[in-house]
Ligand binder design. Structure first.
Ligand SMILES: *[C@@H]1O[C@H](CO)[C@@H](O)[C@H](O)[C@H]1NC(C)=O
Length: 465
């Protein structure tokens, strides 16, 4: 270690600061103990992250939290007083009570903007807020300082969580490529203004509310990435005509989607965990959405989608084959998902990598399968309908959270039995203890049992982790 520190010490100060700036802020701070001349060097990092959560413990009394917050503010102030770099690359400020320190917050944000910050992240949300339950009472009370609009023309990436802003004043953000908004009430009209005025390539909305619906229709937009994460819409419909995305992520309840011409899309992630009801109408919505996404190469789906999709227009597969090469299923491998798992495998004839990410999921109690079936025979009785991908293109299977339940073993046995081109089978054993007394050791023993099963591939490598 000493030798390495010595070698580093011969580098110029400016180079060292560049290296330090590549480290997360906390790691950079820890270099202060490496050597005497390093003690203050980290304070020149251009990657500054002031995070209240490094100081405030939410399990302490409110009074104690207040003292901890004051210590945080003192740290911020002393850091900025000593700071001497002319340009800041990234500036992060996280605090859940910004209005208790309004002046200090505003000053530090203005400081970052005056040093030509490129990546500005302001998060005033509270770590105790519920993500999975819609609730409108999380009103923001901090307003984006005026200085940011006036001098923020170099900002390329902006994140505003629980921070009030005026969309009409975004016209100065001529370099803004990435915008992430969260924990705020927002209207489609405001988003339209921002999209019109800024050259956005990436838009992310997390836990926003009061959106009437989501609608983009201009073909002049350069938007390539869209993330909609647990937002609350007045009308559950999303319509996208014009921009061709490369990445699309949706998390929330099932909505009506109108996506057009998404042939450039490389990756999509669909998470309907928030959906509480099983209904046939929803099947049609999901079926149509997945059909629009048929160009994606990497697709992540959830358990709710697997349960609902066969109740759409076709119960067995999509009418147009997908281009998916890597399919990630977040699944409980519950029997309610059987038809959906088969549906997706059928619909991805070029699949090369299959990842089963096994964990708890929403299982619909009122689920109804498209056809009656026996849980024990499902994967064996229909073996004449071997999915083309399993038979020919599938090379790698990753199983995460393996516990060796009967359902998991049925599915894996089926894949091994027909996967003639399989090369790798990676099993990541769950560390969780089961209610039935199972633990990592029993899970691992069951995993090893897999090596005893018949397999179609000659040179298959099965690994356990
Ligand atoms: C938002 O900014 C515009 C343009 O500067 C201004 O006319 C309007 O009053 C502002 N709205 C609010 C609510 O402050």
């Amino acid at each position: 270690m000493d030798n390495k520190v010595d070698a580093l010490s011969r580098l110029s100060t400016s180079l060292l600061i560049m290296i330090l700036s590549l480290l997360p802020f906390r790691e950079a701070a820890r270099t202060g103990v490496l050597a005497r001349q390093w003690r203050h060097l980290w304070r020149e990092t251009t990657n500054i992250e002031f995070n209240e959560n490094f100081f405030v413990r939410t399990d302490e009394s409110l009074e104690e939290q207040h003292f901890q917050r004051c210590a945080f503010i003192t740290f911020v102030k002393s850091f900025l007083t000593q700071y001497s770099q002319a340009v800041i690359d990234r500036f992060v400020l996280v605090s859940s009570r910004p209005n208790h320190f309004l002046l200090d917050m505003t000053n530090s944000i203005n400081f970052a903007v005056s040093r030509h910050v490129k990546d500005l992240e302001l998060d005033f949300s509270d770590p105790t807020w519920e993500e999975d339950i819609y609730d409108d009472c999380y009103e923001a009370d901090f307003e984006l300082p005026s200085h940011v609009y006036e001098f923020g023309s170099l900002i390329e990436s902006l994140k505003l969580y629980s921070c009030i802003f005026n969309a009409s004043r975004f016209c100065n953000f001529q370099a803004l490529k990435s915008l992430s908004l969260g924990w705020i009430s927002i209207s489609m009209a405001s988003l339209d203004v921002v999209l019109r005025d800024c050259p956005l390539e990436s838009l992310s909305l997390k836990r926003c509310w009061n959106l009437e619906h989501f609608h983009i229709s201009s073909s002049e937009l350069g938007l390539k990435r869209l993330v909609i994460d647990k937002c609350e819409f007045v009308h559950d419909y999303l319509s996208i005509q014009g921009p061709t995305f490369e990445y699309f992520k949706y998390s929330g309840s099932v909505a009506q989607f109108y996506l057009e011409n998404q042939l450039e899309m490389k990756e999509a992630d669909l998470d309907f965990r928030m959906e509480t009801e099983f209904g046939e109408g929803l099947g049609v919505y999901i079926y149509d959405l997945v059909l629009e996404l048929c160009a994606v190469r990497v697709l992540t789906v959830c358990s709710a989608l697997l349960q609902i999709i066969p109740s759409g227009e076709e119960p067995t597969c999509l009418q147009t084959p997908m281009q998916v090469r890597h399919l990630i299923m977040k699944t409980a491998v519950h029997e309610n998902e059987y038809y959906g798992i088969r549906f997706m495998l059928y619909s991805c004839p070029l699949l090369e990598i299959l990842t089963l990410d096994i964990g708890p999921a929403r299982i619909f109690e009122d689920y109804e399968p498209p056809f009656a079936f026996s849980v024990d025979d499902f994967w064996t009785t229909n073996s004449d309908m071997v999915q083309r991908c399993i038979d020919s293109t599938l090379r790698v299977v990753n199983v995460k959270g393996f516990k060796g339940t009967v359902n998991q073993l049925y599915l894996l046995r089926y894949i091994l039995h027909f996967g003639r081109s399989l090369e790798e089978f990676n099993i990541y054993v769950s560390n969780e203890d089961g209610e039935d007394g199972t633990n990592r050791d029993t899970n691992m023993a069951r995993a090893h049992g897999i090596t005893q099963l018949y397999r179609a591939a000659r040179n298959l490598r099965i690994s356990f982790f």
